[in-house]
Design a protein around this ligand. Structure first.
Ligand code: TRP
Length: 463
């Protein structure tokens, strides 16, 4: 089938390929790096509970809505809205998505670059066990090492910029190779191996001794902290849910457009959400016991994982090998996410502006290269970009569910979800109820309160 861009439209080739690519997009630094530190900063178990509630009641409906939009239109987010809601302003939602991708993609790739530095450190550790790398670093040294990177450019380090560009090139290379031969292939190989290594790490962490306290922190809800700043924390849980599931900016509209008509969108969404949540919780189980066993502060922020993991490796037999494998795979888990971001821009440019895939990729990389460099040079830009998903993704998600709930006809969504009537969709009533009322109202309400509390903290006199 010929569409907007050039040549036949690519698609995922198998059910496993679809799941791997989607899980690859969802599972990434959001699970391993961001999830543990936001849980740590926002009170542990109670936050986890709120998070899981949002995942189920809002995350699944938003994800299914993105799939429905993408697969019924077979186009990128902007083109999709133009096709299914012609003559309206809805394509601006797609545009909002494309713009958000630029911001999120650029800071995300910077963090992915840090992972490469840790790969290199593991190699130095393997080659020169006593002299270099994590082996000889205590807690304070690890913190210092991390903050040198986080604030690198004030301290004159150039390596993070290099790592950022390496990650970008790797992402660009895979995306240029195409949906089936690039994205799907990489995800199918890497995601399963990644899971196995994570499980091994979890086993080590919980057997560290002193690990109990970490598990209590993660799983036992204690609402004191949420009571102090409920709106900020709840909005953060919502933002993390969207971020981790890759929803709210059209990534899954784009991937949805590559899913074949016969696949079951609902069960696909549920499996991806389940896998993503499972991996986030596994990451929590790997991190928190070690955090408590080694006296690290769970509220440390973005550095949490980067200083906890090396300590776990120091305490494992053959830790150096595990460290190397883990960081390499974390890097790949990050790449299966960055490709899903780049793919949004590339699909947009190639289908809407009629560029070749290659040209579209190069152009996106140049612009993101510029934004990402800004993030590495300025911790302030980084902090703003890193906080932006909390607002931008729920906003995008709000419009996406509202569109499916109120604008797109019920018949069309049932046709899409039932694969043209060949599938039983007993859940359709519940789905419509969620996308018409529950998800939009909840997002709007939490969004308004979250913005209000952010404004209050900035300008206390208003309150
Ligand atoms: N979900 C990915 C992670 O957790 C990041 C990601 C990929 C993403 N695509 C996205 C986040 C789209 C927001 C929107 O690492």
């Amino acid at each position: 089938m010929l569409q907007g861009g050039k040549g036949d439209r690519d698609s995922f080739s198998s059910k496993f390929g679809v799941l791997a690519a989607l899980a690859g997009s969802a599972i990434g630094l959001g699970n391993i790096w961001r999830f543990p530190y936001v849980v740590g900063q926002n009170g542990g178990g109670a936050f986890l509970l709120v998070y899981i509630l949002f995942i189920a009641a809002i995350g699944i409906p938003v994800m299914m809505s993105e799939f429905v939009i993408g697969r019924s239109a077979q186009l990128n987010p902007v083109g999709a809205f133009k096709k299914i809601a012609p003559g309206t302003k809805w394509h601006l939602v797609g545009m909002l998505g494309v713009v958000s991708v630029f911001i999120i993609f650029s800071f995300y790739t910077v963090v992915a670059g840090w992972t490469l530095e840790y790969v290199i450190q593991s190699v130095r550790w393997i080659l020169f066990p006593e002299k270099f790398g994590f082996a000889s670093m205590d807690n304070a040294a690890l913190t210092q090492f991390f903050s040198n990177h986080y604030e690198s450019f004030t301290s004159g380090l150039w390596r993070p910029i290099i790592w950022f560009f390496v990650m970008m090139l790797l992402t660009g290379y895979i995306v240029i190779s195409g949906v089936k031969n690039g994205i799907e292939k990489v995800a199918k190989i890497l995601m399963p191996i990644f899971l196995v290594i994570l499980l091994i790490l979890v086993t080590r962490s919980v057997t560290l001794g002193g690990g109990r306290e970490g598990l209590v922190f993660l799983f036992k809800p204690d609402f004191t902290q949420i009571k102090e700043e409920p709106f900020r924390i709840i909005l953060e849980a919502l933002g993390q849910a969207f971020f981790s599931l890759s929803i709210g900016m059209g990534t899954l509209i784009t991937y949805g457009s590559y899913i074949k008509k016969k696949e079951n969108l609902a069960s696909t969404a549920v499996s991806v959400v389940a896998a993503d949540t499972f991996v986030a919780i596994l990451a929590g189980i790997a991190i928190f016991p070690a955090v408590f066993a080694f006296g690290i502060d769970p509220a440390d922020g973005p550095e949490l994982v980067y200083k906890t993991l090396p300590v776990i490796f120091q305490n494992m037999a053959g830790g150096l090998i595990w460290a190397f494998m883990f960081f390499v795979l974390l890097c790949f888990a990050a790449v299966t996410s960055t490709i899903s971001m780049l793919e949004v821009i590339v699909a947009y440019l190639s289908e809407q502006l009629n560029m070749s895939r290659k040209k579209a990729t190069l152009l996106s990389m140049i612009s993101v290269g510029f934004l990402g460099t800004l993030c590495t040079v300025s911790p302030d830009v980084f902090a703003i970009f890193n906080a932006s998903p909390d607002l931008m993704l729920p906003l995008g998600g709000f419009f996406i569910v509202t569109f499916i709930g109120w604008i797109f006809s019920r018949d069309k969504s049932s046709k899409e979800l039932s694969s043209d009537g060949t599938r039983n969709i007993g859940y359709h009533k519940l789905f419509m109820f969620l996308v018409k009322f529950v998800a939009p109202l909840a997002i709007a309400f939490l969004f308004a309160l979250g913005v209000y509390s952010k404004v209050i903290t900035l300008f206390p006199s208003i309150g």
